[in-house]
Design a protein around this ligand. Structure first.
Ligand SMILES: [Ca+2]
Ligand SMILES: [Ca+2]
Ligand SMILES: [Ca+2]
Length: 385
């Protein structure tokens, strides 16, 4: 949060903000995706309809879509002050819980909890667990980033905002949020981590990602983590380049700040960058999807519409900041009030004189363009788990 005059906050999703997620879901992507194949048939119907005098028939334009196709559904909670969400940073999950980080709190919220219901993190309701504020202050860390959960362990990137300590990866137990240990890194910054389950590698980055500052990758030895040996349980492996779709170095780079990342079950990587001061065009801010070869597949546009890969945020006076991301198929149980889709991205609306507001944005990711390989494919070909 910066020292700014209070401004009217805008819902980055504009006129559609009050529509329910359920209403949005009534526009299934699968139908859109089949439009190309149906154009000829629809054209035939149009001709036939005209011939029969049955009135105008709308013929949709075929369009090229990325694979997978990422489609914005809406946000829930939608611009809410939730009591705990100030300076929100990250999101992850296990089989029955969301995990969130703010700058100084770690929270575990049962998936059936309605996230639009506020609570005080110092006195959470039954079933909600919290750790904070500043759970690692005795280790010199005061900033928690976008986390991931693997095998019952929470991997949380941590920083000292005064740069008095090198960034680290903190490990907590998902079961009770107890602290396991720290891996101090050689990174300049650590705003996010994401675990690639196909490679058993943990990914992170500095504040931007470029040809000269690629991602960091770490091996994870879960047997060592189980003994509490985090320093040896997480070991640096190498750097990994994210590339443009044609294989060249990122140009422009993904600028300040790298905020979140998550792997899909297919091994593709979504990352989030941007901040509340720089306009998205200045830092290439938004959500970006890279394939297993590191090449760009698709990236969001800063539009407030729906039915496309939209991620609208408003820096500057509104001070809206992209944050963490998670993949969790919410089109299958257990139920999550107000939330559907597979990809979930946090947008923090920073405010100086009033409470920050959280927009939790949800996306359907349709992998039906790819042949199904292996297990974990949810209904609708979403490749979800
Ligand atoms: Ca962040
Ligand atoms: Ca604001
Ligand atoms: Ca995450």
């Amino acid at each position: 949060m910066g020292l700014r005059m209070k401004t009217m906050t805008q819902d980055p999703n504009g006129r559609h903000a009050n529509r329910s997620i359920a209403a949005r879901m009534r526009r299934p992507t699968a139908r859109r995706r089949r439009i190309g194949a149906l154009v000829v048939a629809l054209a035939a119907v149009a001709v036939l309809g005209a011939a029969l005098g049955s009135g105008p028939v709308e013929v949709a334009q075929a369009s090229t879509t990325a694979c997978p196709d990422t489609v914005y559904l809406g946000n829930y909670p939608s611009g809410s002050s939730l009591g705990w969400n100030g300076d929100s940073q990250g999101v992850a999950h296990d089989d029955g819980d969301w995990f969130f980080t703010t700058q100084d709190w770690l929270l575990k919220i049962p998936v059936q909890y309605n996230l639009a219901t506020p609570f005080n993190p110092a006195h959470p309701p039954a079933g909600v667990e919290t750790r904070g504020p500043n759970p690692l202050s005795s280790y010199g860390y005061d900033h928690l980033g976008d986390l991931d959960q693997v095998g019952g362990f929470l991997f949380v990137p941590v920083e000292n905002s005064s740069k008095k300590r090198p960034p680290a990866i903190a490990v907590f137990k998902a079961s009770d949020l107890s602290f396991v240990g720290l891996k101090v890194t050689a990174q300049a910054n650590a705003g996010w981590v994401a675990f690639n389950a196909r490679q058993d590698l943990l990914y992170s980055s500095d504040n931007d990602v470029s040809g000269t500052d690629p991602l960091y990758r770490y091996k994870v030895d879960f047997s060592k983590l189980a003994t509490g040996d985090v320093g040896d349980g997480i070991t640096y492996q190498d750097r990994f380049h994210l590339l443009e779709a044609n294989g060249t170095q990122l140009s422009p780079p993904l600028g300040n700040w790298m905020q979140g990342g998550v792997f899909t079950p297919r091994g593709d990587l979504y990352v989030v960058n941007g901040n509340g001061d720089d306009f998205s065009f200045a830092v290439r801010g938004g959500i970006h999807l890279f394939g297993t070869n590191g090449r760009l597949i698709a990236e969001s546009t800063n539009d407030s519409g729906k039915g496309a890969f939209d991620f609208a945020y408003s820096p500057g006076l509104d001070d809206q900041e992209p944050e963490g991301i998670d993949w969790w198929n919410r089109d299958v149980g257990p139920a999550s009030p107000g939330i559907t889709g597979q990809l979930h991205v946090m947008l923090n609306d920073n405010n100086t004189f009033t409470a920050d507001k959280l927009f939790f944005k949800h996306y359907e990711v349709n992998y039906s363009c790819e042949p199904i390989t292996g297990s974990g494919n949810g209904p609708g070909g979403t490749g979800a788990r």
